[in-house]
Ligand binder design. Structure first.
Ligand code: AMP
Length: 445
């Protein structure tokens, strides 16, 4: 290959996550796993790419995701036994989880399935702050046969209450829960028809996007943030007036349970969400503007999808789930802490915990002994960095001070006498310590 003058970069809309920032990602995931475990969830890992049909059927052909944002390719057959097929990088994980539920006949186990996932998703969106083409979601799905209670409003309220707990434990401030019900698929059909009718005489006054949505998927008009169209949208019929008695009672029961738990929410009649599979409860958690997310202030979204399993050719399996945008969660935590960017770590979660020790071999002849001592200490549970014997003492001290609480100086003398000189940075104290007593000494501060 001819030499190229400009180095290659990560693809637009994707990014590298580097230490120490990745420590914050790990912390968030650890807290999430802990909360999910307390609510009885188990982890599921589905493939990153799936048959394109899964998303076309599960998410909906008319949605922005399927119509313009998917990374899809024709995968050629490599052997006679293989068929060429259209594959897609998953733009979301609910369809994959429900496919797995059907494929592994999880419904036949009888009980409620409570599953969580953490992983990357892919959408060809216009990149901006808080919106990427590869982004991470932390999500859960609760589904099962009707006899498992999967349709019960208790499940909706429990999922929402768990989210409130998770955001509180992560230390997210000022979150807001917006709640709505989009009814059964029958309710939505009637509502869609009413919307179409109401939009017909006014849609010409709306932006181009909304004119198109008014034709293809009128519900999506309610999602529009176009300022000039807001007055028209606010005057459109409300979904609440189209819910049948069952959906109304279900929504009321969810609200009563949330009230009993003390989880605050606002009913937002315009919250219909972008994916076709939602039925009944839909929700979003947002943070106030100016908390790191700019206009992308939705931290997470979710809802009930009672007909999805059947849409994918499976048995009846009502369910509810959500997906948290992990990138946005991290941006919010950093902004709320007033410390943004890779070089401004969160004080408690990052490497504020310094390593126990830095071993500085004096001269390259001591390198092997330093590594052996490092091995011993590390196997005893200490965190250790091993320097290099070619460094001058001053350079070793500077390197050690940055990453560790103690420096262990290993010279010829020390190696022959089975001791090491240890300096503790916090106190300036220096001592000769027997190697056997080193571990205890390092743990004193
Ligand atoms: P959705 O799967 O569209 O319901 O989105 C659920 C959550 O995922 C949103 O509330 C966002 O926090 C996050 N999210 C969706 N799309 C993106 C994206 N392109 N970049 C970053 N986060 C996203």
């Amino acid at each position: 290959m001819p030499p190229s003058s400009s180095p290659l970069k990560a693809v637009r809309g994707t990014r590298d996550l580097l230490p120490p920032e990745t420590a914050l990602w790990n912390r968030v995931e650890t807290v999430a796993r802990g909360v999910f475990a307390r609510y009885g969830f188990g982890e599921i890992r589905t493939p990153i790419f799936e048959d394109t049909q899964l998303f076309a059927r599960g998410v909906g052909e008319e949605t922005d995701i399927v119509s313009k944002e998917m990374y899809t390719w024709e995968d050629r057959a490599r052997a006679q036994s293989e068929k060429a097929q259209s594959l897609t990088l998953r733009p979301e994980n609910t369809a994959g989880v429900v496919r797995a539920y059907i494929e592994h006949k999880l419904g036949e186990r009888g009980e409620l399935q409570k599953l969580f996932y953490i992983g990357p998703q892919f959408r060809r969106e216009r990149p901006q702050r808080g919106r990427y083409r590869q982004f991470w979601q932390i999500g859960v799905e609760v589904l099962g046969p009707v006899s498992s209670g999967a349709e019960s409003p208790v499940r909706d309220a429990e999922v929402l209450e768990m989210l409130a707990t998770l955001l509180d434990e992560l230390g997210i401030k000022d979150w807001r829960l917006e709640l709505n019900s989009v009814g059964s698929s029958e309710d939505r059909k009637r509502y869609n028809a009413a919307l179409r009718e109401a939009l017909a005489p006014v849609k010409d006054r709306m932006c181009e996007d909304n004119q198109r949505r008014a034709e293809t998927n009128p519900l999506r008009v309610l999602d529009s943030k176009e300022p000039a169209d807001q007055e028209i949208i606010d005057a459109l019929p409300k979904i609440a007036d189209f819910l049948d008695a069952d959906s109304t009672a279900h929504f009321q029961a969810v609200r009563t349970a949330l009230d009993a738990c003390g989880v605050a929410y606002t009913v937002n009649p315009r919250l219909v969400r972008g994916l076709d599979y939602y039925t009944r409860t839909t929700f979003e958690f947002t943070v106030l503007d100016g908390q790191g997310l700019g206009t992308q202030n939705a931290l997470l979204g979710g809802g009930r999808y009672d007909g999805l399993s059947e849409m994918l050719g499976g048995p009846k399996a009502p369910g509810i789930g959500f997906a948290i945008g992990e990138d946005r969660l991290i941006l919010t935590l950093q902004a709320q802490d007033g410390r943004e960017g890779v070089n401004a770590p969160h004080p408690e979660w990052m490497w504020a915990q310094k390593l126990d020790a830095y071993i500085a071999p004096m001269g390259v002849e001591r390198n092997a002994a330093a590594l052996a001592l490092g091995r011993e200490l590390r196997r005893a549970g200490l965190s250790v960095e091993v320097g290099d014997g070619s460094f001058r003492l001053k350079k070793s001290f500077e390197a050690a001070d940055k990453v560790a609480r103690h420096i262990i100086i290993l010279g010829e003398d020390e190696v022959t006498t089975g001791t090491a000189t240890v300096k503790t940075f916090a106190t300036g104290e220096q001592a000769k310590v027997e190697l056997a007593a080193l571990r205890a000494h390092l743990k004193t501060i």
